[in-house]
Design a protein around this ligand. Structure first.
Ligand SMILES: Nc1ncnc2c1ncn2[C@@H]1O[C@H](COP(=O)(O)OP(=O)(O)O)[C@@H](O)[C@H]1O
Ligand SMILES: [Mg+2]
Length: 257
């Protein structure tokens, strides 16, 4: 496994949280990790505390100036590396939306990058809308991880994603490997179990067995520039993300030492 995109066109479902904690958990299991912030809101970038004002050093420079991805990596102690986002990324659609080959742009950039760092895992944190940026992630990724918050509107959103992916598959000429992941799961709420049952019916084996609980340590960690493992190693949230990594590794999506 080389590239995984954390994808959902709905906001607030746990994409950034999942990308961050998956990356941090994989690093703890000995993987080299590259996080790519592909969201103009630059939330992932702000967790590192990186300066999002430098457009030259962001993913926008990859699209606008053809900068190589390897020139844009900055170190993220304890995790690996990050390629930061910038608010200017919002312009990618209007600037390049009709250009040839734009949908394969990130895929090509990552292929070039992987020639140098073969064993690394790239985790792409997507933005909450379906445009050039998200499609770049879908085209580049070998697997999509789709976090779905445990509420009914998020379930609706997941059904729309399934519809979108089915429409994209003939264009891509392959099945899009995907795993739906329930996030913000509250065991005290009957609704969460109802949504889980419905998702099992809808998505079958494409759904993760692991659920990510609603957990205060998960929510607090970014405020202190941390992932959940370095913030609260024994928290329920850390245990859930560790279980997710085990599950995905068990399915061959990651190879752990
Ligand atoms: N498992 C969780 N438990 C508690 N809060 C969570 C959990 N996952 C995400 N959150 C919180 O929900 C909000 C949205 O999460 P975020 O990862 O930013 O979503 P997205 O990237 O999809 O917009 C954030 O405030 C985050 O801290
Ligand atoms: Mg986000």
């Amino acid at each position: 496994m080389k590239q995984l995109a954390v994808f959902n066109q709905k906001g607030g479902v746990g994409k950034t949280t999942t990308a961050l904690n998956l990356g941090a958990g994989l690093a703890r299991r000995g993987k080299q990790v590259l996080l790519i912030d592909l969201d103009p809101q630059a939330h992932m970038t702000s967790v590192l505390g990186a300066n999002p004002t430098d457009v030259q050093a962001s993913m926008f420079a990859f699209y606008r100036d053809n900068r190589a991805l390897r020139e844009l990596e900055i170190e993220w102690p304890g995790i690996g590396h990050l390629i930061p986002a910038h608010t200017e990324l919002i312009k990618v659609d209007s600037l390049f939306g009709k250009g040839p080959n734009i949908l394969n742009r990130l895929s090509q950039g990552l292929t070039a990058l992987h020639e140098q760092k073969k064993d690394r895992v790239a985790i792409i944190d997507c933005c909450p809308f379906l445009g050039v940026l998200s499609l770049n992630a879908v085209f580049a990724a070998e697997c999509l991880l789709v976090p779905v918050a445990s509420d009914f509107l998020s379930l609706r959103g997941a059904q729309q994603i399934e519809h979108t992916l089915k429409a994209l598959e003939p264009v891509l000429k392959r099945r899009v490997e995907r795993r739906y992941l329930m996030t913000r799961f509250d065991r005290r709420r009957k609704m969460c179990f109802e949504i889980q049952a419905r998702m099992r019916e809808l998505f079958g084996n494409d759904m993760c067995e692991t659920v990510i609980s609603e957990n205060v340590a998960v929510a607090e960690a970014p405020a202190v520039n941390k992932d959940v493992f370095s913030h609260a190693e024994n928290s329920r949230g850390a245990q859930d993300y560790a279980a997710l990594i085990d599950e995905l590794a068990g399915q061959g999506i990651f190879k752990l030492a």
